[in-house]
Design a protein. Structure first.
Length: 258
């Protein structure tokens, strides 16, 4: 009986040991003590192609100079015309042709070419905020000016010129509202005649608003006045962030009259 009891006890202890080992392995443990240097380092995140190339981001600010060319100079074959606000990456090449400085840029991983340096602005480049403001003032097209203002607002958040740009943005948006109204009226009247929806619904969803919405410049339709009104976002930011700036007072008047 004693021998059988010992055998039974050894079997019971063996069974408990197996349960312990199984539980340890299930929890992710290891039976081999860890040694210093056994842990493998985590794989590094692969660097982007822009980092590998040491590229610096820049943005197109002057559409009149934004011709991407195969070779530097005004006689170089044109690859494409870049739009305002397009991000490019300066790769470091630099050539002077006919007293103009051209830089080698990448538009995408595979699309590269030469462009007049004056077409571009960079957030870290001293003086580029003043240069972009001059382009904003010179621009006569309302939508194009709004696009430049939004570019400035994005790139030069700490520029002392930002209050001026915010006021210009708001005033330009207000000037665009009646132009949008005139373009929308004929289309809306034709669509409303179908009886599918009411007039206000068509004004609220007018396709002419889409490109402004993509810029972050928004208008609302005032049914009582039968007119579009700018929502005043630039004025509100100006008053909240720069309450003592000279531009804040006209912004307050604009908001009070809206």
């Amino acid at each position: 009986m004693r021998q059988g009891g010992l055998s039974h006890g050894r079997a019971w202890r063996c069974w408990l040991s197996c349960l312990f080992i199984a539980g340890w392995l299930f929890a992710g443990g290891s039976l081999v003590p860890a040694q210093e240097g056994d842990t493998e380092p985590l794989p590094e995140e692969p660097r982007s192609w822009t980092e590998r190339a040491g590229a610096r981001a820049a943005f197109v600010a002057d559409a009149g100079l934004a011709a991407l060319r195969v070779t530097p100079g005004p006689g170089g074959d044109l690859k494409q015309r870049l739009r305002v606000g397009r991000r490019v990456y300066v790769l470091g090449g630099r050539r002077v042709v006919e007293d103009r400085v051209y830089v080698f840029v990448a538009v995408t991983r595979r699309t590269r070419g030469w462009i007049d340096r004056r077409a571009l602005v960079r957030a870290a480049q001293p003086g580029d905020d003043a240069r972009l403001l001059a382009l904003i003032r010179a621009e006569t097209g309302g939508y194009e000016r709004l696009r430049l203002c939004r570019l400035f607002e994005t790139l030069f958040r700490r520029s002392p010129q930002l209050p001026t740009v915010l006021l210009l943005l708001g005033e330009t948006a207000e000037a665009e509202a009646p132009l949008i109204q005139r373009r929308a009226e004929r289309r809306v009247s034709q669509r409303a005649a179908s009886g599918n929806a009411d007039v206000k619904a068509y004004f609220d969803d007018e396709p002419a608003l889409d490109r402004y919405n993509r810029l972050g410049v928004k208008f609302r339709y005032d049914a009582a006045r039968k007119a579009y009104r700018y929502d005043g976002a630039a004025y509100r930011r100006l008053v909240q962030q720069y309450p003592r700036a000279p531009e804040a007072e006209p912004a307050r008047r604009r908001l009070a009259g809206s």
